[in-house]
Design a protein around this ligand. Structure first.
Ligand SMILES: [Zn+2]
Length: 162
């Protein structure tokens, strides 16, 4: 962390506190060279940039709300959804970016949702990827069939074992 006044790279932390909303840590630092003080912020939140251009903090609750509708009537529990949201968060955070596109969140939802429930996946994908015809569904189903044999995860349910 460079001093904004003299560009010196050494500073010491004189105060450290969590912001009111708990999403960032603010540190008051003193430059070891010029002695001036400056503030740095460590953000623990990640912004999602929506198509409208508005950025809002990433929220697992929003992921769950977005997926819940596609899961109506399916054997998907709240725990499943919570786990899915966690996987989505881990996937988007692994990019290391402080701001990601809403589209990337949608993409990150598709993979774990496919493993969770194929019908919910199709519903979600049809809205998210804007399916316009039966052929779009056929393509998606063909892709699901093709991937059944290749996608292996620890929590995938045995197919046809109900
Ligand atoms: Zn300085």
């Amino acid at each position: 962390m460079y001093c904004p006044y003299c560009r010196n790279s050494e500073s010491r932390v004189v105060d450290s506190r969590l912001t009111d909303d708990g999403t960032a840590i603010r540190r008051r630092r003193q430059c070891a060279a010029c002695g001036r003080r400056f503030t740095t912020a460590e953000t623990t939140s990640m912004n999602v940039l929506k198509r409208s251009g508005v950025a809002e903090p990433f929220s697992r609750a929003k992921v769950i709300n977005g997926v819940r509708k596609a899961c109506q009537g399916r054997p998907v529990t709240d725990d499943d959804l919570a786990l899915l949201a966690q996987e989505v968060e881990e996937a988007v955070r692994s990019s290391g970016a402080a701001e990601i596109d809403a589209h990337q969140v949608g993409l990150a939802i598709l993979t774990p949702l496919q493993q969770l429930d194929e019908i919910a996946y199709l519903r979600f994908a049809s809205v998210y990827q804007d399916f316009g015809s039966l052929e779009d569904f056929e393509r998606a189903i063909a892709k699901l069939r093709a991937e059944r044999g290749s996608v292996v995860t620890g929590r995938q349910r045995p197919l046809g074992a109900s």
